[in-house]
Design a protein around this ligand. Structure first.
Ligand code: GLC
Ligand code: CA
Length: 587
């Protein structure tokens, strides 16, 4: 069998919806299911095949729905199960599919499972979560069972006085980790997956699915951040000892019984070899995973990973990462998920393009060319198709609604106050970091038109709308053939019409060049050549010798006025700032 037999989910374009900020149908300032249902024609027109909804289950929204208190119901703020059924019917009627977000490393602390688990040491559900007795120091002070640090806050353990034990939470204390070693927990997960599959759901994005199995004994993490009480323990919980057993069991019991699309979110891992285990068809686990090497590229990683600090990156680094994953284990059937934005990352045009007025549209289009010409399944995040950018530096800390931003800011604020003994400390560097990197930039309301609140709501939006919505919105872009939105639509069509862009082998040309990313793709007898300028300067790129470049025909580019695509290719290509072009060899 060929390593990459064609399937619908490889050809599909997946559009991620962040429901709270997509479209509000009833004026309460919160996006909802009926709002999504009213925008299906917009998505179909763009060329979307599958919608992935970030969580819409019942939730206290401590982490915006990634903290679920009932896996089988919709949060009333988003609608009802009947609204979900209607949305699904609308999606299916248009020939599209619907994916749900499966968040089962942890639940909410308000889930009845946890409430029962917490109630006593002998409750049958006690073992559904990870409980440990305290540790005491020589002076008799109580401490958490180990030194693990949680994401977004201090210790990964919270003390519960009812039973005098701590429970583990790798994220917020309101997100207790489920104990996957318990068979009943796994069975409960298979059951809730079946609940949604039987209702008609077409697949799952699996939240932090590579951290469900923790190292036996939960030992202390090595000290990598001296002076801090709690330490990064990701090597002890990412890709842990039983994770592949569990996912194989999930595949056997649930996934293999249906024709679904599955993608695992797999952070804390930059090794393709490690992540390939989830994806290689022989292992019978998932269709693909999200790796975060590009997403982490503009963050410092030493002495520790700092997601909200900006690190300047090099084009050569970017290319090395893309190339490595594009070429990884092709013959064994490794399959990529292509994404550059999601709800956990700032906007791509502000990070990898250039969001000044002069270059914003052109560089957003250049990044669109990059996305549609890489091998794998294509993901687009809401607003990416409009070239939406980060909100401005003038916004104060109170505009940042994400608990991760708030906790990071306040942790540093308190530390600085303590260390200086003053109340008035300078936080401008931290706000600079948040302006570049916060998750909030992806979470502002979608910009639909130039009316109040960008047409997102008739009420007061739960979070501020970006200042630029009068000029940058879907309505204006739909009417403009030269807009980023119109370009994305054509780009997605180009990809669908050229299987070589989805399935082709990837070769990088001139990996050391710090301005240009040039590569070829080859599939059966078709070849594509892509050249992208990552800088505002004019650049001349010299094609490598040995290929008959004159057989390539220019088919696509982002310099609408002067494509220059009719001229025969080679031996050099002259590119304007942020110009990108695609050539196809037909004969
Ligand atoms: C994933 C989600 C993120 C969430 C975290 C904890 O990384 O994408 O939004 O905060 O998991 O559930
Ligand atoms: Ca609403």
């Amino acid at each position: 069998m060929a390593p990459h037999p064609e399937t619908w989910w490889k050809n599909a374009v997946i559009y991620q919806i962040y429901p709270v900020s997509f479209f509000d149908s009833n004026g309460d300032g919160i996006g909802d299911l009926n709002g999504i249902a009213s925008k299906l024609d917009y998505l179909k027109d763009l060329g979307v095949d599958v919608l992935w909804l970030s969580p819409i289950y019942k939730s206290p929204l401590a982490d915006m729905g990634y903290d679920i208190s009932d896996y089988r119901d919709i949060d009333p703020r988003y609608g009802t199960l009947q609204d979900w059924d209607k949305l699904l019917a609308g999606v299916h009627a248009r020939g599209m599919k619907l994916m749900m977000d499966l968040v089962v490393n942890h639940s909410s602390d308000e889930h009845e499972w946890f409430i029962e688990s917490k109630s006593s040491k002998t409750h049958p559900k006690r073992d559904w979560y990870i409980w440990r007795p305290p540790r005491y120091d020589a002076a008799g002070n109580r401490h958490p069972p180990n030194n693990w640090k949680a994401q977004f806050e201090g210790s990964a353990w919270d003390y519960d006085s009812t039973t005098d034990e701590y429970y583990l939470h790798l994220y917020l204390s309101k997100q207790p980790d489920l104990n996957w070693e318990n068979l009943d927990v796994r069975q409960a997960v298979w059951d809730l997956m079946s609940f949604w599959i039987n209702r008609g759901c077409d697949g799952f994005r699996m939240d932090v699915i590579n951290i469900i199995s923790k190292v036996a004994g939960l030992p202390d993490a090595p000290v990598t951040d001296p002076g801090e009480e709690y330490q990064d323990a990701s090597p002890l919980f990412a890709n842990g000892p039983h994770v592949h057993e569990y996912i194989q069991e999930m595949n056997l019991k649930v996934l293999s019984q249906h024709d679904l699309i599955t993608v695992g979110e797999t952070p804390f891992t930059h090794s393709a070899a490690e992540l390939a285990k989830y994806v290689l068809p022989a292992n019978k686990e998932l269709n693909m995973v999200f790796h975060f090497e590009i997403a982490d590229l503009d963050s410092p990683s030493l002495p520790k990973h700092e997601p909200f600090i900006h690190r300047p990156w090099k084009v050569s680094e970017f290319k090395e990462i893309v190339t490595r994953w594009q070429q990884f284990e092709r013959d064994a059937g490794f399959w990529n998920a292509i994404f550059i934005e999601n709800h956990d990352r700032a906007r791509s045009v502000s990070r990898f393009g250039n969001d000044t007025e002069q270059w914003r549209a052109i560089s957003a289009k250049m990044l669109a060319i990059l996305e549609v010409t890489l091998g794998g399944t294509q993901y687009v995040f809401q607003g990416q198709e409009l070239g939406l950018k980060n909100f401005p530096r003038s916004w104060g800390i109170e505009e940042y609604k994400d608990v991760a931003s708030q906790n990071w800011y306040h942790e540093i604020l308190e530390k600085r106050k303590r260390e200086s003994g003053k109340d008035d400390v300078n936080m401008s560097d931290i706000l600079d970091g948040l302006q570049k990197k916060a998750r909030d930039h992806a979470r502002v309301p979608m910009q639909w038109d130039s009316s109040a609140h960008a047409g997102f709501t008739t009420g007061v939006p739960w979070m501020g709308v970006n200042d630029d919505y009068k000029a940058w919105n879907a309505a204006a872009q739909l009417d403009d053939d030269k807009s980023v939105r119109s370009f994305w639509k054509r780009a997605l069509r180009l990809r669908k019409e050229n299987k070589v862009l989805i399935y082709g082998d990837f070769v990088s040309l001139s990996p050391q060049n710090e301005q240009i990313f040039a590569y070829t793709r080859s599939y059966e007898d078709r070849h594509a050549f892509v050249v992208l300028n990552f800088t505002p300067e004019n650049v001349t790129f010299t094609l490598p010798q040995g290929e008959n470049w004159s057989k390539f025909v220019g088919v696509f580019g982002n310099q609408e006025e002067d494509l220059g695509l009719d001229a025969p290719l080679g031996p050099t290509v002259h590119l304007k700032g942020y110009e990108g072009r695609v050539y196809i060899q037909t004969g």
